[in-house]
Ligand binder design. Structure first.
Ligand code: ZN
Length: 168
């Protein structure tokens, strides 16, 4: 289970690993950008301290997020499996003072919400424009789907293939 917040005692050497699942519905900024549907995120967060005594979180997030393809308007799963490493800071000024290679996570007041860290990473993983990776996965627009397909048309065969793939 992930705690609601991480306090100073949660960051230690050796690192401490927290694992958990978070419902996407609990992340408002993220759900605003997704299509309707339920999804959960699996996460593992390693909380530690670096050589300078800074709090660090090395983590992994895995999720299938429902997004609406801008080409065909169907909902598809955007698969996220990403790793990240952030340094916890308490202000924008502190973030700017970090060496360039370190990615800051700004936590005002010092307490860190694991949900907020995970949400931030998922937001960064979203495509600028949601589109099926594979153009062939796009379903034909509704007006075309309403046409009577001929049994031998390549169009009907394509629809059959897509139907089969969805059952996988
Ligand atoms: Zn599409």
């Amino acid at each position: 289970m992930l705690p609601g917040t991480l306090g100073p005692q949660d960051f230690s050497v050796p690192t401490r690993t927290l694992r958990g699942r978070i419902a996407v519905a609990a992340m408002e900024r993220l759900t605003d950008l997704l299509a309707e549907g339920e999804a959960t995120v699996e996460t593992a967060l390693e909380c530690g301290l670096d050589g300078e005594g800074r709090r660090t979180i090395a983590g992994r997030v895995q999720a299938r997020l429902p997004m609406r393809c801008h080409r065909c308007l169907q909902v598809y799963d955007h698969v996220v499996d990403s790793s990240f490493h952030v340094v916890v800071v308490e202000s924008g000024a502190e973030a700017e003072a970090l060496p360039d290679e370190l990615e800051p996570f700004i936590s005002e007041g010092g307490a860190v919400s694991p949900h907020a860290v995970v949400e931030e990473e998922l937001l960064l993983s979203l495509p600028v424009v949601a589109l099926h990776d594979d153009r062939n996965a796009c379903l034909p627009p509704a007006h075309a789907a309403g046409m009577t397909p001929e049994r031998t048309s390549p169009f009907a065969a394509l629809q059959g293939r897509l139907g089969g793939r969805e059952e996988d």
